[in-house]
Design a protein around this ligand. Structure first.
Ligand SMILES: [Zn+2]
Length: 65
């Protein structure tokens, strides 16, 4: 397992705050920005089939492959 990189992506559905999590981290239960509990976690395996883009307006588009 040493050196293996594994990241999950966490996105807030309310304010679109996003962060990547290292494997084994406790993650987030609420959004650190707006306090929303509606966080979306995307496993890295799924992330590979995603195409994510952030628009100039700050919204995040995720296309499921
Ligand atoms: Zn938020």
């Amino acid at each position: 397992m040493a050196g293996e990189e594994h990241r999950d992506l966490v996105i807030c559905n309310r304010c679109l705050w996003a962060a990547s999590l290292l494997k084994g981290s406790s993650g987030f239960s609420i959004c650190p920005l707006c306090g929303s509990e509606k966080l979306e976690t995307i496993p890295v395996n799924d992330y590979e089939s995603h195409k994510m883009s952030i628009t100039k307006k700050g919204s995040i588009n995720i296309q499921f492959g």
